[in-house]
Design a protein around this ligand. Sequence first.
Ligand SMILES: [Zn+2]
Ligand SMILES: [Zn+2]
Length: 240
Amino acid sequence: MSRVRRLPAVPCPVRGEGFASWVDRVAAVLEVPPGVAARALGLECRQWGSSTRPLFFGVTLTPASLDGLRNATGLRAAELRQMHLDRYAGTVLDLSGVELSREASLTAVAAREWMMPTWSRACPPCLKRDGVWPLWWRLGIAAVCPVHRCLLVDVCPRCGVRLLRGSERVPRGLLTREPLPAVGECANRPPHGPRGRAGLCRQVLPDIPATAVPEVWADLQRRVLAVAGGVRLSGSRASR
Ligand SMILES: [Zn+2]
Ligand SMILES: [Zn+2]
């Protein structure tokens, strides 16, 4: 029997949403820091200092995390798995080498594969409109927003750190203590800034200027995403 209690209300995942984005939205609804929400969701976590990080966060679910999540939310396993990068295994990613009993096994796989488990690219107009981070923005093939026809941003123009990374050197886990950064703020720690919360970047991510690209780029991105999603092109299954 799992000891995880059913949560009173959690937002449904938006179609295509990444797991970290959804955990953030759960935290906002529960009015707790995201690291606290991760534990309430039954995720298997590692803790250091004032931050916590679910094992294989956003890449795959350990059996214990899947069990905890299902008990906490009532969501189906398929819905929960859709939010993780391993949904692309077999199309644009090869996650062979990941051992669920050994998180360090992810390091070599993450370095080899075209994916960003600890940071993300982003389309600022999409963030302004939806406040949701799609999973595909964490794929190496993510370059252009097909809706807004602009380049995806990967580095914050204010702090120079990759989006959502936390700090350039070591990725940050989920915060477990108040006060939290304002919604939409970068909150990365620039390399030589002051310590403490005062040192966190205040850039509002949806306000970052986006660079327009021609429609043909948007069309190419749509095709690549279709392949990543498993669509067959020219009658044969897409392979890596
Ligand atoms: Zn967009
Ligand atoms: Zn920043």
